[in-house]
Design a protein around this ligand. Structure first.
Ligand code: DC
Length: 221
């Protein structure tokens, strides 16, 4: 068993907030794998590579230096804001569907967990593919309306233009692509705790995950 808390789910389901809350209590680190796929996508766009070109995208991902330790740096440049922008958001589901891209990033995610002695990892396929032996697997969901509302709030906070209909369409499109791709589609692991965060308060979800982690690992922290 890996000392990993795997947090999967669609965009706007509350993964990042829950992941940070759990990591704070356990004193562990968080890995945002969505930021890795977004950084690889930004590298693809920067190099003028076609997001549909599977081989070329995998080559770019392999060569990209993605550093998530302090903000998000791509090849030494801070891209924390740019990877959340519309160009990356529009292309990320296409780039992340390529098996070659996933192989590169999954290997790095496993290296990260080994280097950190485990941790809290959020994404789409963490409990199903990256760490099927995670101590705790959680799959977060929320109603479409609530997820769109949260995404819109993120956009406002980032001072980007928002149109709630566009945010909704974009979520629908990405969910459809992420859930129907051949390699590692977005889905709950059979042994995941599936939680709807539309109504449930985040602190309750965090507390339940911490309890499950302690029960699974015997950890006292
Ligand atoms: O979590 P996010 O919205 O920042 O993720 C951006 C995209 O990255 C998402 O639409 C699909 C992809 N992704 C993935 O394929 N696998 C992961 N483990 C994490 C994200």
């Amino acid at each position: 068993m890996k000392r990993v808390v795997a947090i999967d789910g669609p965009s706007g389901a509350g993964k990042s907030t829950v992941a940070r809350g759990v990591a704070d209590v356990l004193g562990s680190s968080v890995l945002d794998t969505g930021a890795m796929y977004r950084s690889a996508t930004l590298a693809v766009l920067h190099r003028g590579v076609d997001p549909e070109d599977a081989e070329a995208c995998a080559d770019v991902a392999r060569a990209a230096d993605i550093d998530l330790r302090d903000g998000i740096r791509l090849d030494g440049r801070d891209v924390t804001t740019e990877i959340r922008g519309p160009a990356v958001t529009a292309a990320v589901s296409t780039v992340s569907a390529h098996p070659g891209v996933r192989a590169v990033l999954v290997a790095r995610q496993r290296e990260w967990a080994d280097a950190h002695g485990g941790g809290v990892i959020e994404g789409r396929d963490i409990g199903t593919v990256v760490f099927p032996d995670a101590a705790v697997k959680v799959f977060l969901t929320a109603s479409d309306a609530e997820r769109a509302r949260r995404r819109q709030r993120d956009e406002v906070a980032a001072a980007r233009e928002v149109d709630v209909e566009r945010v909704r369409e974009d979520l629908d499109r990405r969910d459809r692509l992420d859930s129907t791709r051949k390699t590692s589609p977005l889905q709950a692991a059979v042994d995941a705790w599936v939680v709807d965060t539309t109504e449930l308060a985040i602190p309750e979800v965090v507390a339940e995950i911490v309890e499950r982690y302690r029960a699974a690992t015997g950890a006292q922290t």
